[in-house]
Design a protein around this ligand. Structure first.
Ligand code: HEM
Length: 194
């Protein structure tokens, strides 16, 4: 959740688009601010924003497994029984073979174009794991994330307060995160009521 809020605070243009989506839904609901479960499905931008944030800044970085038998991989490397192996989700999530030449760029609309939803578990979204061990509560967890973010977007502006350093290529290097703080706006994130 913290990553999502940091991302929101860093991207005012995206924030505007997400707020616009919420305003349209409120209007469609006759001005009522209530968020019924079915409405979460209509939050297409918010869905894609969460997915893109988690693709780039991660949930679970690794999927550890223990082999139950010897495995010979396609490149000839063999792994014997009872060895711990791990799949690197973060490297996968930035792989240009899967996400194209702009794999390192934040572009949440890529998921809308592909018609992929936050709750879908696929190679384009490993945040829930995959296969037999896929997260059993992903629909619940996704709904909670969307509900909380939608409520925050409707009511608050989120601002970050940490220094954005530049790396040697002049791009922002977000190395200086501070933790959430409710007693001092000089640290972490703060919320301003609209
Ligand atoms: C944003 C929140 C969540 C994320 C990102 C997430 C992610 C994951 C991932 C990646 C796995 C697979 C782990 C692996 O293959 O090694 C997993 C499995 C699982 N998750 Fe979640 N999860 C979330 C929330 C929840 C919640 C709230 C619950 C329960 C109320 C839950 C219940 C489970 C269970 C029971 C499994 C194991 C399924 C199995 O092994 O058969 N998850 N989750």
């Amino acid at each position: 959740m913290f990553n999502l809020l940091v991302e929101l605070s860093l991207r005012p243009d995206v924030y505007k688009e997400l707020l616009q989506e919420q305003h349209e839904l409120i209007k469609k609901n006759g001005g009522n601010n209530h968020i019924p479960f079915e409405m979460l499905d209509e939050m297409v931008y918010l869905d894609a924003f969460i997915k893109e944030t988690i693709r780039l800044s991660g949930s679970d970085p690794f999927m550890p497994r223990c082999t139950t038998q010897e495995v010979v991989m396609s490149n000839g490397v063999s792994i014997s029984k009872h060895q711990y192996v791990s799949f690197n989700i973060q490297a996968h999530n930035r792989d240009p073979k899967i996400f194209g030449p702009n794999a390192n760029k934040f572009n949440y609309k890529r998921h809308i174009r592909l018609g992929l939803k936050l709750t879908d578990a696929s190679l384009a979204n490993l945040m829930w794991g995959a296969g037999n061990r896929v997260c059993l509560a992903r629909i619940y967890a996704a709904a909670l994330m969307k509900l909380m973010l939608a409520m925050i977007i409707r009511k608050y502006e989120v601002h970050a307060n940490y220094s954005v350093k530049k790396n040697k290529h002049g791009q922002p290097a977000f190395t200086h995160y501070t933790s959430l703080s409710d007693f001092c706006i000089n640290k972490g994130l703060y919320f301003k009521i609209r």
